[in-house]
Write a protein that binds this ligand. Structure first.
Ligand code: 5GP
Ligand code: ZN
Length: 107
């Protein structure tokens, strides 16, 4: 999506502090952190939100969920972490490219 800020980060058109990347997903530091560690995990393919996910995204979403604890541990969140997916305006979503917030305080 040409207008999407997270697609621009995926395409390296705008910079981000990337902590994990593979063929399917990208994880980077939130620009306005709400916790000592605040990361955003996004699929490289654009879809607006969890409410826009389709059956074709099933394996991708599973891979992302399984990657979350690995990313959290690598970020020092060995004592636990919080995940959050805001969905839609009523759910507090501001950037309409699905993302999983990963937040916590290093142990
Ligand atoms: P939402 O409210 O949509 O769930 O969260 C969007 C998050 O994206 C916010 O926590 C905000 O700080 C973060 N964010 C918005 N624009 C940028 C950006 O250009 N770069 C990075 N790294 N984070 C961003
Ligand atoms: Zn996008």
């Amino acid at each position: 999506m040409s207008n999407c800020i997270f697609c621009k980060i995926t395409d390296k058109e705008i910079p981000a502090a990337v902590v994990y990347e593979d063929n399917d997903m990208l994880c980077f530091k939130d620009i306005n952190p709400a916790a000592p560690v605040h990361l955003l995990l996004i699929p490289k393919v654009h879809f607006d939100s969890l409410a826009h996910a389709e059956a074709a995204h099933e394996a991708l979403l599973g891979k992302m969920m399984l990657k979350v604890p690995q990313i959290a541990e690598a970020a020092g969140l060995t004592n636990g972490f919080k995940t959050l997916i805001n969905t839609g305006k009523g759910g507090g979503q501001e950037v309409f490219h699905l993302h999983i917030h990963i937040m916590g305080t290093p142990a």
